[in-house]
Design a protein around this ligand. Structure first.
Ligand code: GDP
Ligand code: MG
Length: 149
């Protein structure tokens, strides 16, 4: 049994999914989690929380200095966020694929952003979800949002 568990933990990836404040506000949390689970991913942790400027500065460190950084932080502070650790084989690229392109207007039908999002003409793209973009980002982001995990 330990050998099986070891083999599983080597292949089962984890990613950080955030349902951003627009998704929570619009009542889409359930629909978004439904799509994650329907794909066959497992929810390892779920928490509704209010972000802080410090948490967001760390989470979005790669975007500091870009024109959309301040509006992005304001947007992410505008309401509660549903933070989720999802796991499954290939979940990091797999959830990015479910989410669709960053720009919700350009995102393909069938994706979360393509089906449920559109450009609201605001300073930042309100695109419903975040998903980690690499194993390194996933480990870093899960540690930020779920320090106890
Ligand atoms: P993601 O990984 O697909 O979420 O995209 P990025 O990591 O590149 O950007 C982080 C977030 O910043 C995105 O999800 C959008 O909410 C916002 N954003 C990114 N690029 C732009 C942009 O060019 N213009 C605007 N207005 N917002 C952006
Ligand atoms: Mg990103």
């Amino acid at each position: 049994a330990p050998a099986v568990a070891d083999a599983l933990s080597e292949t089962i990836e984890r990613t950080l999914v955030l349902v951003k404040p627009d998704g929570v506000r619009r009542g889409l949390s359930g629909e978004i989690l439904r799509r994650v689970e329907a794909k066959g991913y497992t929810l390892a942790a779920v928490q509704l929380l209010d972000a802080t400027p410090e948490l967001l500065a760390a989470h979005y460190a790669e975007h500091e200095g870009k024109p959309f950084f301040a509006p992005l932080v304001d947007f992410m502070l505008s309401g509660p966020i549903l933070a989720v650790v999802a796991e499954g084989q290939g979940v990091i690229p797999g959830f990015r694929s479910l989410a669709g392109a960053t720009d919700p207007t350009a995102a393909a039908p069938g994706t979360i952003r393509g089906d449920l999002g559109r450009d609201w003409g605001l300073k930042v793209q309100q695109n419903l979800v975040h998903g980690s973009d690499s194993p390194e980002s996933a480990a870093r982001e899960i540690a930020l949002w779920f320090p106890g995990l």
